[in-house]
Structures are given as structure tokens and as C-alpha cells.
Design a protein around this ligand. Sequence first.
Ligand code: NAG
Ligand code: NAG
Ligand code: NAG
Length: 436
Amino acid sequence: MKLVLVGLAAILQIATGAVIGIDDAPSGMGQDDPTIFEQEGVKMHVSFAENTQGAFRVPLFLRDGQDPESKRKERLERSRRMKSFAEKPPSPSDSAATLTNVRDYYYYGYIDIGNPPQKFSVVFDTGSSNIWVPGAACPSSACVEHRRFNNTSSQTFMGTGKKIQIQYGTGFIAGDVGLDTVKVTSAVMLRNQSFAVTNLEDRTFELPRSQFDGLFGLGFTGGSEGGVKAPVDTMVEQNILKEPLFGVKLFRSSEKSNGEITFGSYDKSYSNKLSWIDVYGDYFWATTMEGIYYGDEPTNYLYGADKINSLGGSLTPQEKARASRKALLDTGSSLLYGDAFTLAAMSTRIGADVLSGEIPCSAVPNLKPFRFVLGGKSFYMNPNEYIYHDEASGVCEVQWMPVSEYLWVLGIPFLQSHYTVYNIKDHKIGLAKMAH
Ligand SMILES: *[C@@H]1O[C@H](CO)[C@@H](O)[C@H](O)[C@H]1NC(C)=O
Ligand SMILES: *[C@@H]1O[C@H](CO)[C@@H](O)[C@H](O)[C@H]1NC(C)=O
Ligand SMILES: *[C@@H]1O[C@H](CO)[C@@H](O)[C@H](O)[C@H]1NC(C)=O
């Protein structure tokens, strides 16, 4: 669930200029969750919460969604989208309607809300700004199947009377905004934080697909639905963080740990390696994207739409407008999402099937890195980072999927390749190649 959904919400917000947001942040220590473990029967890795040098570390659990059925569906979906692109570029609403079928993987951690604390598993999502958890009275099966927040059991809960809805592609949630203590770790405790308690949830959030209970948006208040204060802004305002930033480390399922977020500090072994770029806008962790290059070739795929004329005919003004791009660094998206023209050119260049995204595994060692120019600086993804090798089926395939929007979403494959630090006060993102 990698919040393909959340990524989409962000896309809609930035593309339309409308502000969607949410509030609220919960808190909690990451621990293994036996209930969910059994429900899902899914292999998970466990890491541990610890405080080191003033960094408040939240372990993230990787939900491995690369089971054969999920991958099969993903391939069908990629093929479907690429085909419709070949026939006619899909409209934004077409692509919005298809995203719920995409099922990949996501990371989640734990928070506590209220006094006494009620615990929830949440996806920490840099592509949205609201916190929400299922409500005790919510009749939707997505709510009934998960932990639910009971506002009468918390001595510190306060209602606000405000109602919000958040649209994620075809999925959505609706709920009431309340205020309470949200605990991310024992030291990262947000007082009077607004969050949404749902009274309706789309089937998108049902089990087994959505193994997490709710969402913890890490974007800014400017991107929050209902204009409620985003948890990162609360953290800075309430002076909770030693430094006004957080660091995100996402490991692959084949590695020992799952991932972690540190609030108030970051892994200092990356200090000298981080390249800092400016955040675009005041919504989420977006930046400008000036180009995508393959190896040393001068070709810039973002401007090289002529390369794919064989697929789509001549360029429309809209397609030309795609030359000016933004990219969202999104912990809540499973793949890289971009426009079909550019992605088709990239697939063609490396010899992958444009529709299915498949490529012979034997070709992968000879491929070059892709270079993404973000905020004027270069960041690389190696072939084993942009190609996914599905051990179960023996299939190798690209880790991208079209969404036909001007906003690119650099999701988990990019973030597994880079350690990222998010400076809330300065609106800057630091990136360094991940040490594996
Ligand atoms: C909420 O908790 C109270 C006790 O604290 C309980 O009486 C009530 O039934 C709960 N509500 C729901 C909807 O579960
Ligand atoms: C508390 O939850 C109940 C449902 O359990 C709901 O009817 C009520 O409106 C909520 N109160 C506030 C202030 O949100
Ligand atoms: C909590 O926040 C609300 C609105 O954000 C505000 O009206 C209220 O005064 C705050 N309460 C405390 C105790 O800070």
C-alpha cells in the first residue's frame, strides 16, 4: 500500500494547486506486532527502537508485497497503462482510477495516541501531511479489521467539530478531526496534535492489502487536508527535536533490517556525503527535476519525447509542458511514477519491453545507471536498483509505472538507493547514496 494511494493524493494536490492535508500525529515505539504478523502470514523483519545521541529512532517494518500474485497484477497494470498510452495518452482521471489495483510494498511503524495510549501501526508518508487512524464507531470493514481509536477512552482527547475527507485515487477516508497526545517515541511526544479519526474507509484499506491501521503524513501543514497542523510542524513548534529534521533509511527485503526514521538527528556517517537540495513549494518533500540521463549519454529523457514518437505520434502542447517537472520524494509510494512518454523512452533505451516492463535478467549486469537531476544535482540509480529481480518467477522488470502527471514520484526504489534527510525548518532535503 505503499501508498500508491498517498502518492496519488499528493499528485492531485500539487497538480491542481488545491491543498489537501490532514493533521495529527501519533507516537509510539516500534515493536513487532504479533497480531498482524499472524493475520498476514507475511515474512517480516524486526528491528529495534533505541535512542542514540539524541536521535529518536523509529524502526520501520517492511511489508514485502512481492508475492507472485501481486507482481503478476502489477505487470498487467503496467502493460494496461502503457497500452492506453500508446493508443492515446491517458487523462489524469483515467490514471487516478487505476491506482488502487497497484499493490507493491510499503513500510510502517508504530505510534500511540491518547492517555492511556492507544497503539496503531502507520505508514510514515513523506507524500502527505495528515495523520489518520480508524475510529471506534467506523462501520467500514477496513476499520473493523484494524485497531480503532476510541475517543471516550482517552482523558486528553478533544474534538474540534471539523470533518475531513481525503481522496486517494479511487480510495478515500472520511473522519472527524480531534486533538490529543501523539507519541512517536518516548521522546517524540506531540501534545495537542490534530489527527483524523475515520468514520468511513474505502475498501482500499481492507486487509490483507492494508496491513497498517493508519497514516502518519510527514509533509508540511501547507499540504494538509483541512489545513490542520502537520506533525512535523508541531515537532518544530513544540521544540521537540534536537535538530529540526528527520532521516529516513529504507533497506530492501533482502537485507537484514527493514528501515528506520530518526527524528531530531540523522546518521552522521552520511554527514559529508549528503547533497542538499531545495524543497519545491510548501506541501510535501518535492523538488524540481531537471533531467533524467542514461549513463554518460547526453540524452535527457525528460526532454527527449521525440524518441518515442513511434508510440505516440506528434507532441501536444501538454506533452511539451512536461519539460518542466517536479519530483516528490515519497516514502509512501511503491515504485517510480512518471509520465508514460519518458518512461517508455527509458524502457526502450535499456531494452526492456515497453508494455510489460520486463527485461532479460542476463542483460542487467551490462546496463548503466540512470542519473536523475534533482534541484540541480545528480543522483544515480544503478541497474539493480531500477530493475527488480523477482526471485519467485525469475522475471526482471523495471521499477516504474506511468501516471501521466507532471509530478514525478520517486518512491521506495529511489529511497532504498539513497539515505535521505529532511530539514523541516530550512526546507531542504539531503541525499546520499545508501551504503548497503
Ligand atoms: C469506548 O470505550 C468505552 C470505555 O472506555 C466503552 O464503553 C465504549 O463502548 C467504547 N466505544 C466503542 C465504540 O467501542
Ligand atoms: C467520539 O466518537 C464517537 C463514536 O465512537 C463519535 O460519535 C463522536 O462524535 C466522537 N466525538 C468527537 C468529539 O469527535
Ligand atoms: C490545542 O490546539 C487548539 C487548536 O489547534 C487550540 O485551540 C487549543 O488552545 C490548544 N490547546 C492547548 C492546551 O494548547
